[in-house]
Write a protein that binds this ligand. Structure first.
Ligand SMILES: Cc1ncc(COP(=O)(O)O)c(C=O)c1O
Length: 432
């Protein structure tokens, strides 16, 4: 090429959750039977689709208009339905025009950061979900700006750090949240969320809140939408159906533009988001058409309640599996379906191993671990020795060492067996 094609920021496009799959697949070719505990797909992990939801989708397939393009912003009736659901919560009020559909939240996230001036920054949590942090970082070639979630305080945010970073970095123009959080399973307390909104208001920032897990809360944590605490601060809430119906293959999610007209810069930004969507014609039609029929169905609240109760039990089971192991920090989670274990400082070294019987896999792992972070080293050994694939915390842009698992496996026997094997491997690895 006459010049280099890509810009500097592309090196920030890292998605460990899927990158680790390539390593796992290689191990499978060498005879390892891998259990995939890295991907947050409830359907792939055996959750059965509710027959009444499947029936609604079947009926929509028979309607020709579900095969057509829809308006660029999204199906009108669906946007009206969502706007009225937002308004019923009693917080910030929106209209159908404030709802904008995408092909999944991941698609929305790409546009949301892409349209922010490259020298402006969105501060987000650490650990952080890579779809947000990589997209944020790739615009320019800047180090990430983050505030810490504290594993010793139930993963609640360090708000002093957040405010100080906002105060002393004038290029920060927004605060990015995932609530409930991936990878920690933490739910922001109402006080924390209100304080974040105050910081945003005082420093003239907007908030981005990924609420894909908003309706998966338990252990006494309420469903807490940003719209109910945001008051007059401009914000984007991101929602979708991937984790709720659940239907991740639908590629369907939307943005709720809150307080869109309260600030001219934010208003211009929202207009740019709409215009960018128009370039793509529209997002997937049929899944959008299903939303008022599924989410507006009298069976839906019960569906959400049943799932939350299931995840509550599994969160407890996961916490119990690790809580007594010396050298680790764990929390009983209250939202989403992820669990992150943190190794205490100094617990990991670059010498620890697990025995791997298969000699080819052993030598593969020995090569892989050269020069990698210590938590990734543990993960590679776990894959080679136990055939269990989890995601190292270093893939979530944090200096904490640890790993994330999901508790999505629907088969109780397999899930419990996997858990106890991971817990046992942690103990052996740490020599406890
Ligand atoms: C926090 C978060 N946001 C977004 C997504 C992707 O959502 P979608 O399927 O709507 O693109 C995920 C997937 O795991 C996620 O964990």
């Amino acid at each position: 090429m006459r010049t280099r094609i890509v810009h500097e920021g592309v090196k920030h496009l890292e998605y460990e959750i899927r990158k680790i799959v390539e390593i796992g697949l290689q191990m499978e070719t060498l005879g390892v039977d891998m259990r995939w505990e890295n991907i947050g797909d409830p359907v792939a992990m055996g959750e059965k689709i509710e027959p009444w939801i499947a029936e609604i989708i079947h009926e929509l397939v028979n309607q020709d208009k579900s095969w057509a393009y829809c308006p660029s912003k999204g199906v009108n009736e669906t946007r009206e339905f969502i706007a009225s659901e937002v308004n019923k919560r009693g917080g910030a009020q929106v209209c159908a025009d404030d709802i904008l559909f995408f092909n999944g939240i991941a698609d929305a996230v790409d546009k949301v950061y892409d349209l922010v001036h490259k020298d402006n920054r969105i501060i987000m949590a650490s650990p952080s979900y890579p779809t947000h942090s990589s997209n944020e970082a790739k615009r320019g070639d800047y180090p990430r700006v983050y505030f810490r979630l504290d594993p010793r305080n139930n993963w609640q945010p360090d708000l002093e750090e957040l405010e100080n970073k906002v105060k002393y970095n004038p290029q920060i123009i927004g605060i990015g949240l995932v609530h409930p959080d991936n990878p920690t399973g933490m739910v922001y307390s109402k006080d924390a969320l209100t304080e974040i909104v105050r910081i945003a208001r005082e420093h003239n920032l907007f908030v981005i809140c990924d609420e894909i897990y908003a309706h998966i809360t338990f252990n006494g944590a309420p469903v807490l939408h940003l719209s109910t605490v945001i008051e007059d601060v401009p914000a984007l809430s991101l929602r979708g159906i991937s984790k709720e119906y659940p239907w991740p293959g639908s590629r369907c999610g939307w943005i709720e533009m809150l307080n869109r007209h309260k600030d001219p810069d934010f208003s211009e930004y929202c207009r740019a988001l709409v215009n960018a969507k128009m370039m793509e014609v529209c997002s997937t039609t049929l899944p959008q058409m299903s939303i008022p029929l599924v989410m507006g169905n009298p069976l839906y609240p019960e569906h959400l309640k049943t799932r939350a109760a299931i995840f509550e039990k599994r969160a407890q089971e996961t916490y119990d599996a690790f809580k007594d192991i010396p050298g680790v920090i764990v929390n009983r989670t209250s939202g989403a379906f992820y669990f992150s274990l943190v190794f205490k400082k100094g617990a990991l070294t670059d010498k620890q191993t697990l025995p791997i019987k298969n000699t080819e896999v052993k030598s593969m792992v020995e090569k892989l671990v050269e020069g990698v972070p210590n938590d990734k080293r543990f993960v590679y050994y776990l894959m080679g020795a136990e055939g269990i694939c989890v995601t190292p915390l270093c893939g979530f842009f944090t200096d904490l060492e640890g790993f994330r698992i999901t508790y999505l496996q629907a088969d109780d026997g397999i899930r419990r067996n996997t858990l106890s094997r991971i817990a046992d491997a942690v103990k052996r690895y740490l020599g406890s």
